[in-house]
Structure formats: structure tokens, C-alpha cells
Design a protein around this ligand. Sequence first.
Ligand code: SF4
Ligand code: SF4
Length: 313
Amino acid sequence: MKATIYYRGSLTSCNYDCPYCPFSKNKDSAATLAKDKEQLLRFIAWVREQELAGHELYIFFNPYGEGLIHRWYREGMAALSHMPHVRKVVIQTNLSANVNWTDTLHREKAAFWVTYHPGQCKEEAFVAQCTELYKQGISFSVGTVGVRSAFEAIASIRRRLPQDVYVWVNAFKDVPDYYTVEEAEELRRLDPLFDLNRADYDSLGKRCMAGEDVFYVLGSGRVKRCYKDRAVIGDLYRDGLEGLSKQRLCRMKQCGCYIGYKHMPELAMADWYGDGLLERVPTQYASIAHKLDGQAAREQEEQRWKTHPASRD
Ligand code: SF4
Ligand code: SF4
């Protein structure tokens, strides 16, 4: 069976201090961190065993907080990326941690969903981190929430990153009709797929692959249907994928988050994102970098980077 697994352990801490986030500057106790590590190691061991069962897995880490500042997430990602039956491993990250370990990843199978927090890091430093990933030929997307105060920062980061790095803008939906026509147009220029995210999709009673071949796994092994429907549908370690999988209709009125609605078959999001569906890289942005191989190719990429118009401002 081909399955997508979202994984979230016990971690609830971050090195950033975003004012809108409950995990900002939160410090986990040593016991919580040890538990998070133990849970992740158990999950990785379970993934390893799935090769024998013939499963093909797509894995997405979406921790509450920042995972990559902890060694077990970096090593875990690297280990998973090299497992033959793991097709993709992605992590949601603020990309603040040193990226000097990323050469341990299988660069055709590891990817990053990078969230940019303009108030928390210097643009220069953030661009440098992205540049390192780009040079490694690792697929990644960069994005942020499209609140008015962030417009300038988003436009600036769009100018600085290579054109084949996709910059997404999550629509701010807390205030109805938040955007003027002109603002929506401006965001569309930065992210041509902005309107896909701006919509809240009617989902009640519709088919969704969440709970069928997409599972939201917690560190304890409990499995939820999706990011929004909190109903527990089983236990990964007790039930296995076959035991969890069932065709299910959505019980929520609407679905407005990319990590949810992209699993609704009727929206055919794969037509836009292709192989980059998990890390949110649309087909037309798929970097040529990860298709290259060897030192010569890296040098070629560095040269391309140096001469790229975006690096000259
Ligand atoms: S980087 Fe993410 S997890 Fe960390 S404080 Fe900001 S929003 Fe929260
Ligand atoms: S459509 Fe969205 S809310 Fe409904 S089950 Fe799927 S992911 Fe969950």
C-alpha cells in the first residue's frame, strides 16, 4: 500500500518567538525531549519494518515547534530518506538550524517545507540557509502567512530566491474578506497559486484520502484522521496500515488547510504539484538541481546561482 504519514511527537518547543504561536520560546523539559526522541526512534523502527510488508511511504514531520534543532530529527530524516521503500521524507521547519548535515540526506527523496518568519530572523541569514539547500539540490518550498504586515518581506524574499524556488503565501482567513482586489492581485504575482489556498473547500460528505491512505500519527502511536478531524481512528503500532485504512467521507464542513484539502480527490491537487505535492512544490517550479548529480553538477549549479538575476540585487 502507498501511504502518506504525518508524524508529530511530544515536542512542543521552539527557538523562535512568533507572537501568534503557543510554542514560541517554549522550553521542553529534559524528560519531554527524551520522550520525543524515544517516540521518533520507535516510529523509524516501525517504518523500517514496513519494507517487508511491501508498503511505500511518504512521510511528513509537522512538529509542534522546531524539530531540526534536535539531532534525532536530523538523523531520523537522513535514515528514512535512504530506506528503499520510503519515497519521500519532508519536514516543516523554520530552517534556523545549521544545514551542514543535509549532505547526509538522500537528496532526491528528502525535502523541506520552510516557513519564513520575517520578524524572527534576518533576511540575509534566511536566504543564506535557503541557498545552501538549493546548492545541495534538495527540493524545498518557502512560505509564510499573507498578513498585511508581511507583504513587503514576502516580496523581498521572492526577489532574492531563485525563480525555481516556489514561494507560497497562505491566505489569512481569520478576518473575512481580508484582501482588497489589489492586494490579492499583488499576492498572486508573488504566488501564482495563491487562490488555491485562499479558498475554503466544502468538504462535508465528500471523499478524502485522509483515513484511507493518509494518516496523522502522534508520538504515542495514536492515529487521527486528519489535521482537523480529531477523531482517533486507531493505533499505528497495534493496527498497522491495513487495520487503519478505510474509505471515509469528510465530517467537517470545510477544509481550508493545504495539508488537508490536497488529499481530496475531487480537487486533483496533484495536477498542480505532481511529485512535489508533499513539500508543496508545484510542477513548474521543480528545481533542476535535484536532478543533477556529482561534483560537476554542483559546480554548474553554483555558477547558475551566481549568475541568477535574483542574486544580483
Ligand atoms: S517558528 Fe513556527 S513553531 Fe516556532 S514559534 Fe514560530 S510559528 Fe511557532
Ligand atoms: S477534507 Fe480536510 S477536514 Fe475533511 S477529512 Fe480531509 S483533510 Fe480532514
